[in-house]
Design a protein around this ligand. Sequence first.
Ligand SMILES: Cc1cc2nc3c(=O)[nH]c(=O)nc-3n(C[C@H](O)[C@H](O)[C@H](O)COP(=O)(O)OP(=O)(O)OC[C@H]3O[C@@H](n4cnc5c(N)ncnc54)[C@H](O)[C@@H]3O)c2cc1C
Length: 573
Amino acid sequence: MALSAAQVKALKHKGERAFPVYTWWLYLSIIGVLTLNNIAWKLWAWRKRSTHQKQSTAQRGSTSASNLPAAILTASRIAALRWRLPVVPMNVLEILMTIAYILVLFCLEFTSTNGLQIALWADRCGHIVAIQFPLIVALSWKNSLISFMTGISYEKLNLFHRVCARVNLMLVYVHLFGTLYALGGAGGKQWFHDPYTYCGPVAGFSLTLLVMISTAPVRKRFYEFFVKAHMLLVTIIMISVTFHVTLAPPGFGFYVWPAFVFWAFDRLVRFGRWIVLNNLFQPRKSSGQIDLISDDTLLFTVNRHIPFGWYAGQHVFLSLPTLGRLQSHPFTIATIPSSDAKKDELVFIVRVREGLTKKIKQHIMEFGSCETPMFLDGPYGAPPDITPFSTCVFIAGGSGISYTLPRLEELLTQVIAKNACASRVVFVWVIRSRAHLKWVASRFSKIAASAPSDVTLVLNVHITGGSPQVEDLRDSPEADVEKDASVDDEDTKSKAELDALAEGLVITNGRPDVFKILEAEVNAAVGPVSVDVAGPASLLSDTRKALTGKFAGPGGVMKGTPTVQLNIEEFSM
Ligand SMILES: Cc1cc2nc3c(=O)[nH]c(=O)nc-3n(C[C@H](O)[C@H](O)[C@H](O)COP(=O)(O)OP(=O)(O)OC[C@H]3O[C@@H](n4cnc5c(N)ncnc54)[C@H](O)[C@@H]3O)c2cc1C
């Protein structure tokens, strides 16, 4: 049935005002559900900690209906978080959310358009795109309110920041071509006469460029170029979009201005924290030490007071203005806060790559270890809470230890303080050379010596190249400190350290069989299991794949096998 002119006008009005706002109700509902989920998880963790008692053996073997909720949770974790498609760097949940986002926007775009009347949907499309900008900005926050409420780390939200920008680019072209088609010959004339009209295509083409340079191959290969081009293009986009929507009669600037408020809030918080962290008025206190500790690894050490401390597994953005101007790189803090906050030492274990890290390595090779100004921004990240788990497994490859080792130390501290339930802790570190052991030699021996007696602690090191001979540890950083002492003293100390180290560690040649390790741990576990993994992509993928195995599947959980939570740190955005 054909609509009257008044009805079409009302539909146009609804498409410009109500439909775009529906998207935000949907986002707020999703954030609300995720927040409730986060609260429920925290309550479960709190209950688990407060009612924690040592369990003797798990009741296994026969299927029990009471295990159904845990089995459903396990099945959904495997299907949504661990399965991956070969080409898309996303898990199934992320893919489904992307599809849902596309469907929602396109349904809102084309429903109630008087039989797909172009003028109606083309006009509505621009409004739907405009109101997405605050969301796109909110998902890029480092000091993310969404992250705080939902417990989802800002790096994961950043993925949706890119997804939203890409889906909106599709809509930008729907809007552009739809509008041109609807205007017919008048479209071209209007294009050149109305300043607000050509602001639209300027924003659209800039967004196209931005989406192109943010594709993974370009972003990963030319990160610094990406960062700078992103800043420039976002500025052009936001200014053009603001003009476009504000000057479009009767003016729709209110769709876009929240994006500026969100952006300013994030920058203000970052700036304030940066000032507090970096002793700007005492330059000598702003420096840190850099050492080359193996052929491809740097050690950064900074003494800095972080007002509210940090959680193990969090990272900061480091700027080293004398070595790399206008750059800041994320590195995980490989230490935990000390009991005396004034003595906090932040250590970063940094793998040498092709950009700034390579430049720093070359500098050290030429001039030796150095002290240089180091500015910190952070801490950031939301490492999952593992205190409610009975068995905690940590798997690290190379510099991935900067994530897992402090997590292990923090967990043991919490167990001692009776704030964590772990009764079995397994730590697996895979390194290419035995020389890498020296990065954290003294910390391993401290961990082994101070572990609570009611925790079974297993520390495994797998060396994938050469044989593990303890003599190689003699030139460890701790031994270097002693260089001025007599040779006898040095030998005695190194030997004592090595003995302590060898006592705590099981050193094996060759790669670990991640599947077997996890299968054995899950089968023997008496309560929920957490697995933390950080390191090269192949190790992450092996771990993910292992935990889709039958031993960790819903069938086993129905029979009493514990559920497993997998926490992955990818060291990439
Ligand atoms: C949350 C997080 C924590 C990390 N923690 C550690 C750690 O503890 N130890 C460690 O060795 N590495 C860590 N990384 C990786 C580290 O940030 C990069 O290896 C480093 O920035 C590379 O610098 P480059 O100039 O030598 O890199 P390039 O050789 O130019 O690039 C190597 C890779 O690093 C990425 N990269 C480069 N610069 C940045 C940047 N400013 N921000 C994000 N990614 C970048 C590139 O996209 C590329 O994939 C972490 C990364 C993230 C996202």
